[in-house]
Design a protein around this ligand. Structure first.
Ligand SMILES: Nc1ncnc2c1ncn2[C@@H]1O[C@H](COP(=O)(O)OP(=O)(O)O)[C@@H](O)[C@H]1O
Ligand SMILES: [Mg+2]
Length: 324
């Protein structure tokens, strides 16, 4: 009987370790609810509504993108998110506002022409893709305004501001989202990632703060602060608290099952108590407390349990998945 729920959990996408931005928003259990207080989602959203620049700090897989998705993917957030990949910005371009501005203009133009599509990994719930602010009229206006981008900084910045104003209309705050900055860690192909980050977090963001009217939210791997990085141009750092107890992990997984459309399944239906405790220990034992890694282990273990004809994940299967 239970194996059916385990299979359903796997199939539903509830255990997906790398959901798309739109799926992240669906699956997210606010840390403000999980941990109490309003130090994460509320604090970030409020700062953005004041047109500030917020860094979300934490290790890879802790939930930075998940928080960003949750805050920005609702129609009534008051925020118009502009997901801006830093991929495509070379090391020397990051330090030069004119390149960053042109990159932003290009990003807005691309978003207006090809809005993000619905993902397909969540099988039982509808995932709304696209950008809430992107209506037909806005897309056409953006296309028109971005037709010619001057090559000088002042001219390009003026076009960018015009685009942001168009996006925001009368009652939204345009929010530039830099979410894929984990790639600025050492070992990702940049000659000098420390000075690259220094350029971005101080020079580029400072320039944006002074010259462009918008909110900014930027994901920041916690090692960026640890190795002496300064985020002077950021208005606030919000540290992602992660999961602090076994109870938190249980609640987070239960939430994901429900959010993925499995209203009948809870954690005990997919894993026994020992396996859950082991999963929590594995999460806590690793230097990077990564929910992504934990989900990936649980998904792998679930598949192996099913293949072995088990009713749920047990400690043995879980440890094998964690080792593999
Ligand atoms: N608060 C949360 N509620 C539900 N799932 C979460 C939460 N935080 C993180 N996750 C899940 O953990 C995984 C990693 O989160 P992600 O936001 O991609 O991490 P980061 O951007 O910090 O690398 C994703 O599968 C995400 O859905
Ligand atoms: Mg991320």
């Amino acid at each position: 009987m239970s194996a059916e729920l385990l299979a359903a959990a796997l199939e539903s996408g509830a255990l997906e370790p790398t959901p798309s931005a739109h799926e992240l928003a669906v699956l997210h259990l606010p840390f403000d609810d999980l941990r109490g207080g309003s130090q994460v989602e509320s604090r970030t959203a409020e700062a953005l509504k004041r047109w500030e620049r917020v860094a979300l700090v934490g290790p890879s897989g802790c939930g930075k993108s998940s928080v960003i998705a949750h805050i920005t993917h609702s129609q009534d957030s008051g925020l118009a998110a502009i997901p801006t990949p830093v991929t495509g910005l070379e090391q020397d371009q990051v330090a030069e506002p004119v390149h960053v501005v042109r990159h932003l203009v290009g990003t807005v133009q691309r978003l207006a022409r090809t809005p993000p599509r619905a993902a397909v990994r969540l099988k039982h719930v509808e995932v709304t893709a696209g950008l809430p602010w992107l209506e037909a009229g806005v897309a056409a206006e953006i296309d028109e305004q971005a037709r010619e981008v001057p090559s000088d900084l002042a001219g390009a910045a003026e076009v960018l501001q015009q685009l942001l104003d168009t996006i925001a209309g009368d009652d939204l705050v345009p929010v530039v989202v830099f979410d894929d900055t984990d790639r600025w860690r050492a070992g990702f192909g940049f000659d000098d990632p420390v000075s690259l980050r220094e350029s971005f977090f101080n020079r580029t963001l400072r320039w944006m703060a002074e010259q462009i009217e918008c909110g900014v939210v930027v994901a920041a791997h916690d090692s960026y602060l640890a190795d002496g990085g300064r985020f002077d141009a950021v208005s606030d750092h919000v540290t992602i608290p992660g999961v602090g107890t076994l109870g938190h992990l249980t609640r987070l997984l239960n939430h994901r099952l429900r959010a993925a459309g499995l209203f009948d399944a809870t954690v005990p239906d997919i894993m026994d108590g020992e396996a859950l405790k082991t999963l929590y220990d594995v999460y806590g034992d690793r230097a990077e407390r990564s929910l992504r890694t934990s989900l990936s282990i649980l998904r792998q273990a679930s598949q192996e349990a099913l293949d072995a004809g088990l009713e749920h994940v047990n400690r043995h299967v879980l440890l094998a998945a964690a080792a593999g």
